[in-house]
Design a protein around this ligand. Sequence first.
Ligand code: MG
Length: 257
Amino acid sequence: MSQTMSMPPIETLLRIPKVIGHRGAASRAPENTLAGFRKAAELGYRWVECDVRLSQEDHPVVFHDDILARTTDGRGSVGATSVRDLRSYDAGSYFNPSYRGERIPTLEETLTLLQSLRLGCDLEMKAERGRERALADVVARTIERLWSQDPISLLVTSFSPLAIEVFAGAAPSIPRGYLTGALPLGWQARAARLKAAAVVCDHTSLGFANVRSVTDAGYPLLAYTVNDVSRAQALFARGTEGVISDGPDAILTGLSG
Ligand code: MG
């Protein structure tokens, strides 16, 4: 018997909660900020989703968009801006003036805080073309250096096939999710090649036949971004493992019963 056959598959070790806070708790606090992760913990979330991308000097920072304008008082692209400048911008006021002075967090700060809050993490790598390897390598090194919490509480994904494949090679013991908008034909081969621990899909593309094809293949299914309780309940009833939500009260209260 081979060694791999004697080990339990990764997917049986992951304990994914029913609701994961999207970018922290994006409808309740500034997205992808330390304040947002604290808010998610206060609201009772057990996991958060967040996004990681590279600064100009290839330092990993937690931020969603390519450009700064929507959620900060900076301008230009994140990937062409130094960490020092990124850290000078206000990433809280766009949400509410009470969050003025909230900063763009580094990946190090984020992983450290999540562990102190005992929050699990669905970490999405946002890879610019041509910088996929640099991003995946530094994310792998940072996780291996900092994430001492039980590894079943961490799932790494990317829409970039190259970034996630490089990551899988660089940190093979960290669970990966196969992230896709809609399930493409032949998705099973892609998920298998990645040794995916979960499949993560846009819920608007998920008919019940798709839900079933994922669950029948043995993968836990995560659906994003679900902010409607009845939709979440319908997805769960068909076997969806978890939903990624911006965090309206209705989702948490509606799911607690
Ligand atoms: Mg994301």
